[in-house]
Design a protein around this ligand. Structure first.
Ligand SMILES: *[C@@H]1O[C@H](CO)[C@@H](O)[C@H](O)[C@H]1NC(C)=O
Length: 248
């Protein structure tokens, strides 16, 4: 390599390192306001105002606490300054002035777009009819995505028996979810599926009504038919007997 070529090569390399270093030296500062609430009257509104430097959270205001809290030496000193300044007062007012003020208008617009799930309970028997079978609670065509499915035994939430939850996007803004439990029928107990979703202020509770298998239904149908037939013949016989008796 000639000295000149070597130099240019070195120059390009230096330049590349310089550009790379410049990119790596970018600093990242962020301030993030978040409003949390779950009740539609916005009573439980919480404001979390977070300050990050290079993605490190160093100071945060939590409206439940009502003051700034620092997470490193610098953050602690910043928090102390801000807690003794009008800034902390304006942050406390922000819960109303920003969170509630903005969400009061936006929440109904979003809430209006919610679509109530159609809930269906179904039983999947294992091959050979051996127990336990699986009871599936399916909620279809709801929006938005956030949903909670739980199982109730005689009105009490069951904690342990849930086996799997499958949540899927239908691809058309709607969602569906399927929750399964092992089902061992016990007489007298009531199993229900409870679905909680933004579309409904009340939980949607659907009771499982164990229906008899088709073969059993046919057997009962045949039995009832014979019973009815028997009664008709008996009544006819009785009438015939009475008529004969009065005719004599
Ligand atoms: C805000 O403070 C409350 C009360 O101390 C706490 O329960 C909650 O988790 C805090 N929120 C955040 C995001 O730190």
């Amino acid at each position: 390599m000639s000295p000149l070529k070597h130099l240019s090569c070195h120059l390009i390399l230096t330049l590349a390192v310089f550009i790379g270093a410049k990119k790596a030296n970018e600093y990242h500062s962020a301030r993030w306001s978040r409003c949390f609430y779950s009740s539609s009257n916005l009573d439980d509104m919480v404001l979390i105002e977070s300050f990050y430097f290079n993605k490190y959270l160093f100071v945060q205001f939590n409206s439940t606490v009502g003051k700034f809290v620092g997470f490193n030496e610098y953050g602690i000193s910043v928090a102390e300054d801000w807690n003794n300044s009008p800034f902390v007062i304006s942050m406390r007012e922000s819960v109303d002035a920003d969170c509630r003020f903005n969400i009061r208008d936006r929440d109904p617009a979003v809430r209006d777009k919610s679509v109530k799930p159609k809930v269906k309970l179904s039983l999947v028997e294992q091959a050979g009819g051996s127990h336990p079978a699986v009871l599936i609670c399916s909620a279809y065509e709801f929006y938005p995505k956030h949903i909670k499915v739980s199982w109730l035994r005689d009105g009490e939430v069951m904690t342990s028996d849930m086996t799997s939850v499958m949540e899927m996007a239908d691809g058309d803004w709607y969602y569906q979810i399927h929750s399964e439990i092992a089902y061992i029928p016990k007489s007298g107990e009531k199993i229900s599926c409870m679905v909680e979703h933004a579309s409904s202020t009340q939980p949607i509770v659907t009771d499982w009504e164990p229906s008899l298998p088709v073969s059993e239904k046919i057997k009962i149908g045949i039995g009832v038919s014979f019973l009815v037939l028997g009664v008709i013949i008996a009544v006819a016989g009785l009438i015939y007997y009475k008529i004969k008796l009065t005719g004599q």
